[in-house]
Design a protein around this ligand. Sequence first.
Ligand code: PLP
Length: 432
Amino acid sequence: PFVPREDPLFVERTEGAYLYLKDGSKILDAAAGCILVSIGHGRKEVVEVIAKATQTNSFVLPLWLTPEREALVNELQQHWLPPHLTRSHFTSSGSEANEAAVKIAVQYHVARGTPSKHIILTRSLSYHGATRATGGWSGHPARKKGLEQVLLKNPMIETPYPLRCPLGPYHPDAEDYYIDSLQRTIDEVGADNIAALLAEPLCGASGGAIAPPGNYWSRVQAILKANDILLISDEVMTGFGRLGTKMGCDFFDMTPDLLVGGKGLSSGYAAINGVFGTDAIADALKQGGFEPMYFTHSAMPMACAAATKVLEILRRESLVERAKTVGAQLKQRLIDEFADHPHVAEVRGEGMLLALEIVKDKATLRPFDIEQRITEKMFEAGFRHGVFFYPGGTGEVRDIIMIGAPFIIGDVEIDLMVKALKACLTEVLGNL
Ligand code: PLP
């Protein structure tokens, strides 16, 4: 590592929902890596198609077709993508995919004769990637440290956060408040200057599984449409079953113009993300003489084969439905066990993307001081109790423990997580 850690974790192998460490311990991967493993680790079927595709087509220019690419596009169109998203463009990482989506949105407006529409709106709590552009678009101060001068800057609207709405927790006017934030920003920046809103349907790791109030997305979409602003749904975390629906946009009944998806697309078996868009956008680009530039390793045949097999397994084993039902069971257990805990402000999330927010004072929602390193200590205690919980939150929004487990977990794992969380809360908070 560039900056080595004192005691780096050594994972010798992974299988199912577990990590096996060099010291002989077995850890439940409740974080599913970084909230991406859906079908579980070590599936032979996936390994076999990767080997076969590597043998058949080790590398082929991303512009050309191969059987693996054709099969993936067919699988996506027939079974996964909303029918209006007919076009695909693949990248390796989610950061690249978000950049590509934004570039497509900008070229779309240029092609239609509205080149002033080039500014991207994003949200105050968000994560879109680690490059200078996507890092800048992200509302994630912790991941911007030391880079503030060079990251791209853009106008941000407030991410809906019902628990911490400035009007008061769960305020009945929270939805209006957050919609005003969008409308005000459009008025300030000028609709003629805005290309797109880039947003996660449900705020992922930056805020920790925060869902917007009821009609938020339908009202946002109406405003965007009226102002000729595209909606780019960043579903790198929420796509491919994580929320218990095929895509996050299905959960919230959204109709994005562009959808970006990745992590769960290959369940971590290969580096592949995609940008999916409409005929209208693709046709405009064609007329403008534009084409999204590929990255060298985009749509590697082995990655396409891995993704196709992962998606087939998700369907064959009804794992999206499982993410919904097991996720709901787990959420209920977390509510039963922890909702009344004096330091748990909220148990939240959907499907297999859940979180607990820990605070010092439940009445005022005041967090623990940053120096107390609560999230880090919870993460460390989790390992001692056999579970890898994902550390969420950023900046002022901190101490969020996330669970984004593989969809294959069952009762044994739910018990293990609940027991471990109980022990972690006692150990970390009991000593303060
Ligand atoms: N968008 C979201 C919502 C993410 O959660 C992530 C990664 O965690 C990214 C984009 C960036 O993806 P990558 O790390 O593959 O570049």
